[in-house]
Design a protein around this ligand. Structure first.
Ligand SMILES: Nc1nc2c(ncn2[C@@H]2O[C@H](COP(=O)(O)OP(=O)(O)OP(=O)(O)O)[C@@H](O)[C@H]2O)c(=O)[nH]1
Ligand SMILES: [Mg+2]
Length: 238
């Protein structure tokens, strides 16, 4: 039986993949009932060749690769991974090693220690980030809390882990970076208990900033998130 499936959407992360495999192998050692699904999310670099080579290694038997031929966004990649997952508990984290894969397992153990883990969502809370990043994250949390009438903070922190029954309740999840916001908001609606885990989130070492890691990225992410919140808040009122 698979107890936990962890999804890692990877988009043009060729420079990080080898390390990602190696780190997962390290933290998976001695753990049964866990599958890691790395989603090759329509990458345009030489990721495919590295995935093929790494996944074939016997020591990587707990890691699977889900192939998305054409990129349709971060959320879409995660959703394809979730569809293929077999675990009772599901979750995701990032591929660029800004979040240590080990945090997934620390988080999962913490989740299982709760009285009713299937009614909880575990979510990272980032510490030790730069002032600008903290400011943006704080601002977004404030706006989200105000528009959606519920307290939401550090929306894009990783990992996120929850029981499959919560995933089964999803309606129209978004295909882009808003999936993290969607999951948290939905969890509030469903009355899940939020379990927080403090994580480090150092700058990425290899590969390009595609999300909120650059100023241009922050602008795009902010604009898109605000639009999505408006969409969500309209749905709430209905
Ligand atoms: N931009 C983008 N990222 C994706 C996609 N699919 C998966 N990802 C992954 O989503 C994770 C987060 O994206 P990042 O570009 O690292 O965003 P970020 O952490 O806000 O900013 P950085 O400082 O650039 O790392 C990475 O592991 C990406 O590989 C996609 O379609 N678009
Ligand atoms: Mg990143």
């Amino acid at each position: 039986v698979t107890q936990l499936s962890i999804i890692v959407p990877c988009y043009n992360e060729a420079g990080n993949l080898e390390k990602l495999f190696a780190r997962f192998r390290e933290v998976l050692s001695g753990r049964e009932g866990v599958e890691v699904l790395l989603v090759n999310n329509g990458s345009k670099d030489d990721s495919a060749a590295i995935f093929a080579r790494e996944v074939a290694k016997p020591e990587h038997h707990q890691i699977r690769v889900v192939d998305v031929p054409v990129n349709q966004g971060y959320g879409y990649g995660i959703l394809q991974g979730l569809k293929a997952a077999q675990g009772d508990y599901l979750g995701w984290t990032h591929a660029d090693l800004q979040t240590d894969p080990k945090d997934v397992f620390i988080g999962f153990d913490k989740l299982l220690q709760q009285q009713e883990p299937h009614k909880c969502i575990l979510r990272g809370r980032r510490s030790g980030r730069g002032m600008l990043d903290v400011f943006f994250t704080w601002g977004m949390g404030l706006i989200a809390s105000w528009l959606l009438k519920t307290r939401l903070a550090d929306i894009n922190a990783q990992p996120k882990i929850f029981h499959r029954s919560f995933y089964d309740s999803w309606v129209e999840p978004p295909y882009d970076f808003s999936l993290d916001l969607f999951a948290l908001y939905r969890a509030k609606q469903k009355g899940l208990q939020f379990i927080e885990q403090t994580v480090k989130f150092p700058p990425r070492k290899a590969g390009e900033a595609k999300g909120g890691g650059s100023l241009k990225g922050k602008y795009k992410l902010t604009k898109r998130t605000l639009n999505y919140m408006r969409e969500l808040s309209r749905k709430v009122k209905k």
